[in-house]
Ligand binder design. Sequence first.
Ligand code: DOR
Ligand code: ZN
Ligand code: ZN
Length: 447
Amino acid sequence: MLLLSNCRVLVHDSLVECNIASDESGKIRKISRSAISGSFDEKIDCKGLVALPGMVDPHVHFRDPGQTAKEDFYTGTASALAGGTTTILDMPNNAPSISTLARLKEKVAMVRKKAVCDYGLYFGATPQNQEVAAEAIKNPAVFAVKVYLGSSTGDLLIEHVADFQKHLSTLPAEFPVCVHAEDEREIRKLTEEYKKRDPKGKVEYHNIIRSPITAAISVEATCDAVSKAHRGVHICHASTKAELDIVSTYKNGGVPVTLEVCTHHLFLTEHDARALGNYGKVNPPLRSRLDVASVWDELSKERSPIDCIASDHAPHTIKEKEQDYWQAPSGVPGVQLRVPLMLDAANHNLISLAQMVRYCATNPARIFGLPTKGTIAQGFDADIILVDLKKERVVRVEDQLSKAGWTPFEGRKLRASVEKTILGGKLAFDGENVCLARGEGKLAARG
Ligand code: DOR
Ligand code: ZN
Ligand code: ZN
């Protein structure tokens, strides 16, 4: 049992000083402005620190099983804790992909032994596996089905809308389906054209080949398909004004679409990609300043079409990124920096602290059916982060626990520091080290 004393917590839009106690099952027992009595295994004086809910990252690629040179479930979840994230949902584009029941079972057994933060998994949709997916979602580890309408890392791809529609009609209407929406035909056509012109290639092509129109075509097709199937959908990593406009229209028309944006699309543009080279190669691509500004504009609104912010943590090794543009894989690591970056943005009044918490914790927990996560309230899991909103920190690759060994945010000054991370009432990250053993992270409750 843990006592956090003198911490400031968000009540509506203001910070109120109080004490928080957890119970023996790792839930929040009491929050009180006056002292809380009882016997505690651990007490932390939180003077000067703000207590926020442990954050939920609904979109990461921890590469385990299959590509553990890039990341594994221990290093990925450790990196999450160090960056204030206590629950992650891991994508199915492993090598091989998690699109069969046998592979799902193996992954669940492996993850159990390695995770240090709480977790859930995605199941991968293929053109043929509709019945398998309908069976897979009965496994309590599966929180959503992932559909790739455009190809990216791994071999998951549904090219024909009819195969996507079959999934939509087979899965229960309330079960989350998440879509990587980029139009495969456009991508192929432009890739061929540019490859002919320039066999070595360069990252400047990326936002042309996988253009905003390519994303818009696919988002429109996705929303159209789900509205006809009378169900909702979650659109992953929207990065352009056009996508936000399309989703807003469907949302206003009553289609339950939820919308995710990612940190790299908020803090980096196609101009940064020029300097970063393939370290800035990611699907969807880093966008124009105008698109990035439009996303921020929507994000800052109280009634925004955007529901949540994910990292889309997608590590690749330096060796892989050093290849020519055409060969280098797409993806950037970011699970450890999503929360510091967004806290820094809140500190600079780009969004409010309450919005930051909604986008990074409360809303992902709601969208993906995590009823015990994302909120500091009695009865919720005692997943809490203690942050210093005044401390300035410089992003250094040495501090990143990911195996990637690089970050596109190197050298960035951020005013906000995750001082401690608490998971289920236990100190999980003390500001320097991860304090939990492999396997102490648990499968999140699904509700
Ligand atoms: O850039 C990306 N990398 N986009 C994706 O959709 C997948 C991800 C990965 O797994 O590497
Ligand atoms: Zn994706
Ligand atoms: Zn992804």
